[in-house]
Design a protein around this ligand. Structure first.
Ligand code: ADP
Ligand code: MG
Length: 677
């Protein structure tokens, strides 16, 4: 029944069908699963009970012809006087002059809109002839495409409900329905479309939020299990003595958190199953060291290892780190966009011939003609910089290597268990000893001179500084112009005293390398840059990070930028220059000065900007939910996750009570067939 096409419903002709199909609706079930995105409800209250600024509904008699004022061809204002409860209320409609004919003097109207208590005025967004009964139904409002009318959708949805309601079956296990007091699926479907009252609606929503999250978490847990059971046979028996020797040769001793993560990674390498692990650690927590040691382990097991990073600068920096830490005989090679022609050919040849042990590169690594002799292990650094697609390319290449994703963007737990729910997670939640907390100040633009003299003093004492230029949304070009202007100004002011460098995305790779080398070797003391320095750059002698128009950046990004300093022994400063206009901007600046904890910032960022923006890209792997909201439904998410883990770990799909649930999952996610049978 539910699979039946919507074609047979009354009111659906070929055109309507096409439009609904565009909205993803072709079956009765699809229609029922298309939930309203809000509800309208007319509930009249006496004037004295109305609340200022709230949406209200009132009814009364139109007193006289409405007055329409035009400002220009498009903009107009219609004013109508309505007698309500013996008082005169002014109703205002903007840009809907055509509504005039609906307000006929002497007739009764019901209007809804925002209430202004002081002026006894309502900004009307909906109106209807006559008096609406007090307990009028709650009307579902669907988000629609094209010229489908809300009323049409209501009619066909209601038909579909009548036809199918008796066939809708519960698939959530009874235990959860009881424990969480969820309404049965059949009731909930009806209530979500045509609620009897707001309490019923609330419970229906609660049910579907849980259902959506449970199904999603089950998929994640099942994927994870599948991964774990898919043996690649690449158990990497690394040389423990050699690895220990390397650890002892590091210029520092690893923190406990580093050791713990390393151990988890090494265990994965040793197991015959494919590693699918996320290594999370705040900026500066020392992920690179962990990565290098684990790369080395894989090499001692006779495998090739690859390290993929998002930028040329990082590739180069990692190449340096690797070469300085790994024993001399390890063959380290870099493959980036700037490695071309003969050189590139040589690299590819050596790689395919097994004459390379570790390769570091950017996207260049996943091009079609890159072949490995014996790839055992891949690390992807700053993974959020790569889209899901790029990450998947590795898998599609048929590479059955162990994979470690690294991220310095602290990921709020809600996001990490959704976007990365199918992965194992290691966390470096401890900073190396001796780090001094970075002092963060928020200053206004008019203090720029004082700031510059402070920076100059620091530079004179042998430190270095970054000045990061404002981010102009969507415009690389303006970013760069900003950086160039500021660079020229600072060069002028500091001429003969300090060497100023300039870094931005349009420089050629050689130029970038040169500038970075100059900064690393302290030939350049002040580096003016666009946000290309954001990820991973490591110059421990830099102690000042000044960010222009800091309110334009998201918290996570500011945190990344701030993480470029405080990497050495010296005390570091982050100076946010901003005159934020909005509250969000001010709030961001305030939070930045209050905490250096990346996780706190990420949670705040999630609250202030929503999940899509935290990673900057839509395709970050964070799924879009139909009804659940990761910020508000945090508790439900945790519950669903625990339940999903329980169900999967204990293989409940074999038990009768859970068979309907897993049947549903199987239908949704056919790739899980093998596992679930
Ligand atoms: P991340 O990649 O996590 O941002 P890095 O690996 O670049 O951090 O490490 C930041 C800095 O800290 C580097 O200069 C690194 O050499 C240093 N470092 C890493 N681990 C330790 C440690 N256990 N003790 C002292 N310094 C460390
Ligand atoms: Mg790093």
């Amino acid at each position: 029944m539910l699979e039946k096409s919507i074609e047979d419903l009354k009111g659906i002709g070929p055109k309507m069908y096409e439009k609904l199909a565009e909205m993803g609706i072709t079956t009765l079930e699809g229609l029922l699963n298309y939930f309203p995105n809000r509800y309208d409800h007319y509930e009249q209250k006496p004037l004295h009970e109305l609340v200022h600024e709230e949406k209200v509904t009132i009814a009364g008699q139109v007193i006289q012809e409405p007055i329409v004022q035009f400002y220009n061809r498009k903009r107009s204002r219609l004013t109508v006087s309505i007698r309500v409860d013996g008082a005169v209320v002014k109703g205002v409609l903007f840009n809907r002059a055509f509504a005039k004919k609906h307000f006929i003097p002497g007739e009764t109207v019901t209007v809804s809109g925002k209430w202004d208590q002081h002026r006894l005025q309502i900004t009307i967004d909906q109106y209807q002839k006559g008096m609406i009964e007090n307990n009028s139904p709650i009307t579902p409002i669907y988000s629609l495409k094209g010229n489908i009318k809300n009323n049409q959708l209501i009619k066909i949805t209601s038909q579909a409900l009548d036809a199918t309601l008796h066939t809708i079956e519960e698939f959530l296990p009874k235990q959860y329905i009881d424990d969480y007091r969820l309404p049965p699926r059949r009731d909930a479907i009806r209530q979500i479309h045509f609620p009897d009252n707001f309490t019923q609606l609330k419970h229906a929503k609660r049910r579907f939020i849980y259902e959506e999250l449970l199904v999603f978490q089950l998929k994640m847990q099942l994927l994870r299990k599948k991964n774990k059971e898919e043996t690649t046979g690449n158990a990497q028996h690394y040389d423990k003595d050699k690895v220990n020797t390397l650890i002892h040769r590091l210029p520092f001793s690893l923190t406990n958190a580093q050791l713990k993560s390393l151990k988890e990674i090494l265990q994965d390498l040793e197991s015959p199953y494919r590693m699918n692990r996320l290594l999370q650690g705040d900026v500066g927590s020392g992920k690179t060291a962990v990565a290098i040691v684990s790369l080395y382990a894989s090499i001692t097991a006779g495998k090739q290892a690859a390290l993929m990073v998002p930028t040329e600068i990082l590739a180069e920096q990692h190449e340096h780190s690797l070469k300085s830490i790994l024993p001399e005989e390890i063959r380290v090679v870099r493959l980036t966009g700037s490695v071309k022609g003969k050189k590139r050919k040589e690299v590819l040849q050596n790689l395919a011939a097994g004459e390379v042990d570790v390769i570091i590169g950017t996207h260049a690594l996943i091009q079609d003609d890159v072949h490995f002799a014996n790839l055992g292990y891949v690390i992807i650094d700053e993974q959020h910089r790569f889209g899901v697609n790029q990450r998947n390319t590795l898998k599609e290449k048929g590479i059955l290597a162990d994979i470690l994703f690294m991220t310095a963007t602290p990921i709020p737990r809600t996001l990490s268990i959704t976007a990365f729910g199918d992965m194992d997670v290691s966390k470096i939640d401890e900073m190396p000893k001796g780090r001094k907390p970075i002092e963060t100040y928020w200053v206004k633009h008019n203090m720029l001179n004082r700031i510059l003299s402070f920076i100059y003093k620091e530079l004179k004492s042998g430190s270095q500084a970054y000045v990061v230029c404002p981010l102009i949304e969507e415009s690389d070009k303006l970013d760069i112009q900003n950086a160039i202007d500021l660079y020229m100004q600072l060069q002028e002011v500091l001429k003969g005293k300090v060497n100023v460098g300039l870094m931005h995305g349009r420089l050629s790779n050689e130029e970038k390398e040169q500038v970075m080398a100059g900064f690393t070797s302290n030939q350049i003391q002040l580096l003016v840059s666009t946000t290309v320095v954001e990820v991973g750059v490591n110059v421990p002698n830099a102690t000042i990070m000044m960010i222009q128009d800091a309110d334009r950046f998201g918290l996570s990004q500011l945190h990344q930028l701030r993480g470029r300093v405080g990497r050495g022994e010296k005390k570091s400063y982050c100076i946010l220059v901003a005159d934020p206009k909005g509250d969000t901007g001010k709030e961001r600046m305030r939070i930045m000065t209050e905490t250096t904890d990346g996780f706190v910032l990420a949670e705040k960022d999630l609250e202030l900007r929503g999940p899509g923006d935290v990673f900057g890209v839509k395709q970050s792997g964070v799924p879009e939910f139909k009804i659940a909201d990761l910020v508000h439904d945090y508790r439900a998410l945790e519950t669903a996750r625990n339940d999903a883990i329980d169900l999967v770990v204990n293989q409940r799909w074999k038990e009768k009570e859970y068979s309907k649930l897993f049947h549903y999952i199987k239908r949704e996610f056919t790739f899980l067939d093998d596992l679930l049978n």
